[in-house]
Design a protein around this ligand. Sequence first.
Ligand SMILES: Cc1cc2nc3c(=O)[nH]c(=O)nc-3n(C[C@H](O)[C@H](O)[C@H](O)COP(=O)(O)OP(=O)(O)OC[C@H]3O[C@@H](n4cnc5c(N)ncnc54)[C@H](O)[C@@H]3O)c2cc1C
Length: 471
Amino acid sequence: MPDEQGTTSTTAAERALAEQLGSSLRGEVIGRGHPGYDEARAVWNGLIDRRPALIARCSGTADVVEAVRAARTHRPLVSIRGGGHQVAGSAVCDEGLVIDLSRTKGVHVDPAARTARAQAGVTWGELDRETQVHGLVAPGGEISVTGIAGLTLGGGLGLVMRAYGLSCDSLRSVQIVTADGVVRTASRDQESDLFWAARGGGRGIGVVTSFEFGLHPLGPDVAAVQLLHPYERAEAVLRAWRDATDSTPDTVTPELALWSVPADPALPRDLHGANVVITVAVYAGPPGAGATAALTPQRQFGPPLVDMSGTVPYTTVQSAHDMLFPDGDRYFMKSLFMDELSDDAIRVLVEWDARRPTPESLIVVRTLGGAVARVGADESAFAHRSARYNVSFDAGWQDPALDEAAIGWARSAWDALKPFASGGMYINFAGLGEDAADGRGAIFGSHEERLERIRAAYDPEGVFAPAARRP
Ligand SMILES: Cc1cc2nc3c(=O)[nH]c(=O)nc-3n(C[C@H](O)[C@H](O)[C@H](O)COP(=O)(O)OP(=O)(O)OC[C@H]3O[C@@H](n4cnc5c(N)ncnc54)[C@H](O)[C@@H]3O)c2cc1C
């Protein structure tokens, strides 16, 4: 607990925990006095400033087993860290124990079986690098530095999801250390309840140490459309984009963002800072005539300001926007699902876009459907199979003085769009504490009850109960 000087003293319980971890882990145990403490407790979102008592930097599954055993004995508050990119900073906790897998980076691809096994500290860029050697992909998120762990356990929306489904839909199995310290393999055939939960409801069921993905042939080059449209035509572009997405084949996953052009030397200087509409679409298949035909409707939203379309390496598409989300800036993201993008909803989006608090903030509209919707509603814990769109309000800024305005903008814009929403909340873009305010039902819907039963069966003492309550 912090004392009057604001420093934090070590309690006897913490010392006992540190001793057990110190004598049993191969990886580092990092406490408040460690020179690497501040670096080890920092996460991607600079808004988050949590001070755990101990960070157990696990070197592999055996370390995770030891960390879970120690947690069960000493009962600290536990958080689990994969890539550390959850906007709510759920990977770290105040005063408790962080079970940190971020240094576990093994990836093994079996090209003949078309599978990849990746440890929980791997990022999407690291996984893509290995799978692309064989012209294969696991469908991931859109920023290469995000972790495969949190993203997959929460579902996983990405640029090829209409063709291949959510990231969690390609999971074949996970290796997981449950609260009793037992290492289990969960798949459709073994520990099937755990496997069901891991696909979209994987918070607080245990510590997943590795993910086995089924892979899809794609790349190394893909055909992609990326256009910047003038802001004066924002509403018209949104309407045309919506109409085109209605008939788009499942091989194409269209996405749209309202944003300001960053000072990227690859973009025309006179546009830096200008508000624009960006439309993006990737063809999940070989470049060529089929790709051109499928993508043509995504190029017909009026004359663009800039056309960056072409045939590019899949890894380039997957990392194209990394530089726009620098580590350590301040962020807040909150999204909702929609079945329909009506003209009125489009008007609200453009109105709220005009009030964006900083040029780094943006609104993103992702298109679901296709393979995402073909998985049965109750086949996995992910509860939003039938939604057509996910709309995310992503505030980004640097100056702490803007905290209230930036977060307030995203929350108010979300409130304004809510009347048009189909309900539900995506755990991976769940704001800061909003999941608690809006209820877990918003995230897991009717699946929450089954998740509770699974958590209780595998963790009757509630070692991971706080982790289950965080996004
Ligand atoms: C810039 C940016 C872009 C993004 N783009 C997308 C996108 O395109 N599509 C999308 O779907 N999402 C996207 N996200 C959201 C992303 O899915 C979440 O932030 C996700 O939680 C990141 O996973 P992580 O492992 O890096 O996070 P962490 O912060 O490490 O973990 C997130 C949560 O998962 C739990 N967790 C982590 N590892 C494990 C484990 N091994 N076992 C059990 N529980 C674990 C943590 O306790 C925490 O609750 C984006 C986020 C950012 C910051």
